[in-house]
Design a protein around this ligand. Structure first.
Ligand code: SF4
Length: 703
C-alpha cells in the first residue's frame, strides 16, 4: 500500500496557500508537502500552514459532544442527547420570546457551503433576522467603501500576480510579512522589477522594513493622511483629468474636501512630515500603473468606511482603478473572509452577495429555497450589536467557527453577555474560551477531514479536499444543521433543504447566486479541480463563442459595476478617533497579529511549535515611554483603558511611535488585548474601532 497524496489548501488565512497532504496507508499520520502547481504561493508556506496537521491529532481535540450537567460541568454525551438539547434550547427561546430571540453567529473560516447553509438555516428554520459573523470585524469597512465607489466589493479586483508588474504599491495598515508571509514575495519582486513599496503603519513592521518609504502616522489618522496626499496630487497638477471626466462621478465635492486638508495641517494631525507626503505622491504618481492595498489598519476604525474611501479617492483621482496593473484592493484576513461575506451569513445579505432588502433578490433566493419571500426576515444586528444584545433581546445563541470571548472588542463585556444567555450551543474542534461557556458543545470535522470550497482574497474560488477520515465521534457542521433542521422544523421535513454532501450544497449555492454580484453559477467542483480555482463572477454562460465562462480575474477594466458604469468619489473629511487620549489615558493602543498565531488562537495555541515561537502576549513600547514609566524589557506592564486592564511583558522597541503601544490579540486571560479595545462602531459598516483606543500603561511588580 502506498501513501495517498491529496492536493488541498491551508485552513488559515485568506491567501489559502496550496499544499499537498500525504497520508500514510493506515491513516495514522498526515504530513504537509509542497504543492508548486498552485500559483498563489508556489509551494511556499508559513509555519502555521506547515504545522496545521497538529490540530487534527491534537490531544485536546474534541471527539464527543459535551453537555452541561446539573452541577455545571461540561460532560460527554451522545449526539442524540446533545442535538436534542440544542433543538430544545433554541426552540424554547423562539417559542417564548419570538424568532428574533434566537441568534446565530458564524465565522470567516467557514467554507462557502457552511456559510450558505448557516444563513439559510437562520432564515428558513429559525426564522430569525439575528445572524452575523466575525468577518464583520475583518473587512466590512473595505466592503462598504468598495461597494460605494465601484458598485461591487471583491477584496482584490486583480490577481496577486499583478503586484510585481505595477510601478508602486501603497500598503496601508497591512503587515503581510507576519499575517501571510508567502505573499511578501509579490512585494519584494515588485522592488526587484524597479517598482516601489510605500508602507503606511504606525509601527515599523517586518513589512515596513522592506519598504522604500515608511510613513508612520498616529493610529486612526490615515484618513487625514490620504486626504493630504490627494491635496498634493491636485496642487501639483497630477490629477488624471481625462479619466476623472470619463470614468468617475462626484469629483468636485471630493476635490474641495481634499483642498481643505493642507499638507501642514495633515502633518500636525498625523505626525508625518510634509516632505514625506510629497515623496509618497511622487512615487505613487510617476509610474504608469500603481495600486493602493488596505488591510485592517484603516478598516478597523469607527470611521473605517470613510478611511478606505479616502484611499479609493486617491486611486480614482490619479486614474488608477479599473486599469491594467492598477487599482485599489483589500487584503482580506480570514481563510474564507471573502466567500464568508458572499453567501448569506452576514446580517444584511443573501447568497450571491445580494441585499436582503432588495425585493428581487428576496424573490430569487426564496424560490431556490422553496419558501415565500415574505417569510424571510429583514436585516438583523451587526456582530458587536448582536453580541451586546445577548442575555437581553437575544436569549439563545448558536455559534459556529468563532471565538468572540477572545476576538470581540470590549471582550470582558462580551463574555459577560455570553454568560447571561439562557442557552449557548457552540460547534468547534477544540474547547475554545467561548465553547467553554456553552451549554452544549458539538465537536465538528476540520479542514482536512471534509471537502468544501473557499474564496481567497483575490476572489478565486478554491476546492479544499478531504484528505483523511475524521475521528470517531465528530460530525460535520453540515450534518449538524441537517439534524437541527429536522428537530426544529415542526414536522415540515426542513432537513431536506440541508444536504450533508458539500457538493450538493454547492450546486444549490450556484443557483442561489446566479445573476447576483457574486455569481458562482458557472463554477462546479469539477472545474475547480481541473482549473485550480476559478475567479468570480462566473455566470453559467457567456464565455467566448458561447462556451463556458472563464471566470473574471480582473474587474472594472471596461466599466465599474454601477448603474452608469462610472466609479463614485465619496467626499470624506478628517475626524478624530472615537476616543482621543487625555490626561488619564494619554496613549493610543493599537492591536494586530504575530506570525506564529492566527486570529483568536483557538487552533494555533494548540500547536507546540507555534507556541514555542510565540508563547504569549506582549506590550510594545518605545524606549522613551518605557523609561518614563520605569518599565523594563520582559517585565510585566499593565495597559488600562476605560473598559478594563490587561497585563503582559514589555517589549521595548524603537519600531513604535512614542505615543502608541501595541498588543497582539491572540490570547485570552490577563493578557487579552481585546479587554481594552473600543466597540465604537463605524456608522456604515458597523466595524468596531479595534485599531485605536486611549490607554495608560503602568509598570507592575517593579517594587
Ligand atoms: Fe496558511 Fe496563510 Fe500561512 Fe499560507 S500564509 S500557509 S494560507 S496561514
Amino acid at each position: 500500500m502506498q501513501n495517498t497524496v491529496t492536493p488541498t489548501h491551508c485552513p488559515y488565512c485568506a491567501l489559502q496557500c496550496g499544499m499537498n497532504l500525504t497520508r500514510t496507508p493506515d491513516g495514522s499520520s498526515v504530513e504537509v508537502g509542497e504543492r508548486a502547481d498552485f500559483p498563489v504561493n508556489r509551494g511556499a508556506l508559513c509555519g502555521k500552514g506547515r504545522t496545521a496537521p497538529a490540530v487534527l491529532s491534537s490531544r485536546v481535540r474534541l471527539t464527543s459532544p459535551l453537555v452541561r450537567d446539573a452541577g455545571g460541568a461540561l460532560v460527554p454525551a451522545s449526539w442524540e442527547e446533545a442535538l436534542g438539547r440544542v433543538a430544545e434550547g433554541l426552540g424554547r427561546a423562539r417559542s417564548e420570546f419570538g424568532a428574533d430571540a434566537v441568534g446565530v453567529f458564524g465565522g470567516g473560516g467557514l467554507t462557502n457551503e457552511k456559510a450558505y447553509s448557516l444563513g439559510k438555516f437562520a432564515r428558513v428554520v429559525l426564522g430569525t433576522s439575528q445572524i452575523d459573523y466575525n468577518g464583520r470585524f475583518c473587512m466590512s469597512s473595505a466592503a462598504a467603501a468598495g461597494n460605494a465607489a465601484f458598485g461591487l466589493d471583491r477584496g482584490l479586483p486583480f490577481p496577486l500576480e499583478d503586484i510585481p508588474r505595477t510601478g508602486c504599491v501603497i500598503l496601508v495598515g497591512s503587515n503581510p510579512a507576519e499575517t501571510m508571509p508567502p505573499s511578501l514575495r509579490y512585494f519584494t519582486e515588485l522592488r526587484e522589477n524597479g517598482g516601489t513599496l510605500i508602507v503606511v503603519d504606525p509601527r515599523r513592521t517586518k513589512t515596513a522594513e522592506h519598504a522604500d518609504l515608511h510613513l508612520a502616522p498616529r493610529p486612526g489618522t490615515d484618513l487625514a493622511l490620504a486626504l493630504g496626499l490627494l491635496h498634493l496630487v491636485v496642487a501639483e497638477g497630477r490629477t488624471d483629468e481625462a479619466y476623472v471626466r470619463e470614468r468617475t462621478a462626484g469629483w468636485e465635492e471630493t476635490r474641495a474636501a481634499a483642498m481643505a486638508h493642507w499638507p501642514e495641517y495633515v502633518e500636525r494631525i498625523t505626525g508625518v512630515p510634509v516632505p514625506r507626503l510629497r515623496e509618497a505622491v511622487r512615487l505613487f504618481c510617476e509610474p504608469e500603473a500603481a495600486m493602493v492595498l488596505t488591510a485592517r489598519g484603516p478598516e478597523q476604525q469607527a470611521k473605517g468606511t470613510d478611511t478606505v474611501g479616502a484611499w479609493i479617492n486617491l486611486c480614482l483621482a490619479t486614474g488608477r482603478a479599473g486599469r491594467p496593473l492598477s487599482g485599489y484592493g483589500c487584503l482580506t484576513g480570514q481563510g474564507n473572509g471573502q466567500g464568508g461575506r458572499e453567501h448569506g451569513q452576514k446580517a444584511d445579505q443573501l447568497p450571491g452577495y445580494r441585499k436582503l432588502t432588495d425585493p428581487a433578490a428576496r424573490a430569487h433566493v426564496a424560490e431556490v429555497w422553496g419558501v415565500d419571500p415574505d417569510s424571510l426576515p429583514g436585516p438583523g444586528r451587526s456582530a458587536y450589536e448582536l453580541l451586546d444584545a445577548l442575555g437581553t433581546d437575544i436569549r439563545s445563541l448558536l455559534l459556529m467557527g468563532s471565538n468572540p470571548v477572545v476576538s470581540a472588542p470590549r471582550a470582558a463585556h462580551v463574555e459577560e453577555r455570553i454568560r447571561a444567555l439562557d442557552f449557548l450551543a457552540v460547534c468547534d474542534v477544540v474547547l475554545s474560551e467561548t465553547a467553554a461557556l456553552a451549554d452544549v458543545v458539538l465537536p465538528v470535522t476540520q479542514w482536512a477531514e471534509e471537502t468544501g470550497t473557499t474564496t481567497n482574497l483575490e476572489g478565486r474560488v478554491l476546492l479544499r479536499r478531504r484528505a483523511i477520515t475524521p475521528p470517531e465521534g465528530v460530525r460535520s457542521d453540515l450534518e449538524v444543521l441537517h439534524e437541527l433542521a429536522a428537530r426544529l422544523g415542526g414536522g415540515r421535513n426542513l432537513e431536506k433543504g440541508f444536504p450533508t454532501d458539500p457538493e450538493e450544497v454547492f450546486e444549490e449555492l450556484r443557483r442561489a447566486s446566479a445573476g447576483g454580484p457574486a455569481d458562482y453559477s458557472g463554477i462546479t467542483y469539477r472545474r475547480l479541480a481541473e482549473e485550480n480555482g476559478v475567479f468570480w463572477p462566473c455566470p453559467a454562460s457567456g464565455g467566448p463563442e458561447g462556451g463556458v465562462h472563464p471566470g473574471t480575474p480582473r474587474l472594472f477594466h471596461d466599466r465599474f459595476a454601477t448603474g452608469d458604469g462610472r466609479a463614485r468619489f465619496v467626499p470624506v473629511s478628517h475626524r478624530p478617533v472615537a476616543e482621543e487620549p487625555d490626561e488619564e489615558y494619554p496613549l493610543l493602543l493599537t492591536t494586530g497579529r504575530v506570525v506564529a498565531q492566527y486570529q483568536s488562537g483557538a487552533q494555533t495555541r494548540r500547536v507546540d511549535e507555534l507556541n514555542a515561537a510565540a508563547p504569549g502576549p506582549f506590550v510594545e513600547l518605545h524606549p522613551r515611554l518605557a523609561e518614563r514609566l520605569g518599565a523594563a524589557e520582559g517585565e510585566p506592564v499593565a495597559v488600562v483603558s476605560r473598559r478594563g486592564r490587561a497585563v503582559a511583558p514589555a517589549r521595548i522597541t524603537t519600531a513604535i511611535r512614542p505615543d502608541t503601544v501595541f498588543m497582539p490579540f491572540h490570547w485570552a486571560g490577563e493578557g487579552r488585548a481585546n479587554t481594552l479595545t473600543n466597540p465604537a462602531l463605524d456608522p456604515t459598516s458597523r466595524m468596531p474601532e479595534f485599531k485605536a483606543c486611549a490607554v495608560r500603561v503602568e509598570a507592575v511588580g517593579a517594587g
